[in-house]
Ligand binder design. Structure first.
Ligand code: DGL
Length: 283
């Protein structure tokens, strides 16, 4: 048995990297749905259906837990799958399986509060002091998940999101850094104009963006803290598997990388990020 990690493409590798460092003995199966990437401009129902298909594939390959290493899938599909599909799926498989998302741990890291915490609303106007900028896909931005969930917990934090419609596709294709730099600078500037200043902190709310986090650092004022989603997810998963020994995550340190697209070495951006070539096999 193993931990499955799912994304539309290469973005989830940024999360996978942190998970493997934290749980080196566990067996990991990675699946990138590159035949259907990117997800960020797709209608919600398609994102739900594709995410379900990815989870099915990973469960049938031996995953007991699937981490949706994709903000878009976590924001749009996770709750639906947990409520309407997973119970039947568990009965059919006859073993414990679960799907976990990455937005909850990111919000916990951004607010410094556990997910269960809800701010007391006293009715008085709270001056928003801390401004978080979120860079994400159009689907994630439209869901307003970061605005809604952070506002429930911290009324002294304001969230502004910037949709980046082309960026995941450019990263997936391995476009030259200059092209990515221009795109990222444009989005940082658009966000600055919308807020009236740069954000105090930022969330790279699409796992693809972490692969070029240095370009975001460059486009934002020096020292702007980036809330590190891979670390937040690794912290949460480590605690989860310790609390839930019923999920068999393997102990052979096995690593497999699969794609719904063509078997291939992944692009140079991945190689630089990973420190070695990464080859995906056909799923
Ligand atoms: N990496 C994904 C995310 O975190 C999806 C990017 C896409 O497929 O548009 O949102």
């Amino acid at each position: 048995m193993a931990i499955g990690v799912f994304d539309s493409g290469i973005g989830g590798l940024s999360v996978h990297h942190a998970l493997v460092e934290r749980l080196p003995q566990a067996d990991f199966l990675y699946l990138g749905d590159q035949a259907n990437a990117p997800y960020g401009g797709r209608p919600g129902e398609e994102i739900v259906a594709l995410t379900r298909a990815g989870c099915e594939r990973l469960f049938s390959a031996g995953a007991s837990l699937v981490v949706l290493a994709c903000n878009t899938a976590s924001a749009i599909a996770l709750r639906r799958l947990q409520q309407t599909w997973l119970p039947g799926c568990r009965r059919e498989l006859g073993r414990p399986v679960n799907v976990l998302g990455i937005i909850v741990p990111t919000i916990e890291a951004a607010t410094g509060l556990p997910w269960e915490h809800e701010a007391e609303r006293r009715g008085e106007k709270v001056e928003k002091l801390d401004v978080i900028g979120v860079f994400a896909t159009p689907a994630t931005v439209q869901s307003r998940v970061y605005e809604i969930e952070i506002d429930k917990r911290r009324q002294d934090v304001a969230v502004f999101s910037e949709p980046c419609p082309e960026l995941a596709r450019l990263i997936e294709r391995g476009e030259p850094r200059e092209a990515l730099q221009a795109c990222i600078r444009g989005h940082a500037e658009a966000l600055r104009k919308r807020i009236g200043r740069y954000p105090d902190r930022a969330i790279l709310g699409c796992t693809h963006y972490e692969i070029v986090a240095d370009l975001f650092r460059e486009a934002l004022p020096p020292g702007t803290p980036l809330i590190h989603q891979p670390t937040a997810v690794a912290d949460a998963l480590t605690a989860y598997v310790a609390r839930h020994p019923e999920y068999d995550i393997g102990d052979g340190g096995r690593r497999a990388f699969m794609t719904t697209g063509e078997a291939a070495d992944q692009n140079g951006l991945v190689q630089t990020f990973w420190g070695a070539p990464v080859r995906f096999e056909a799923a």
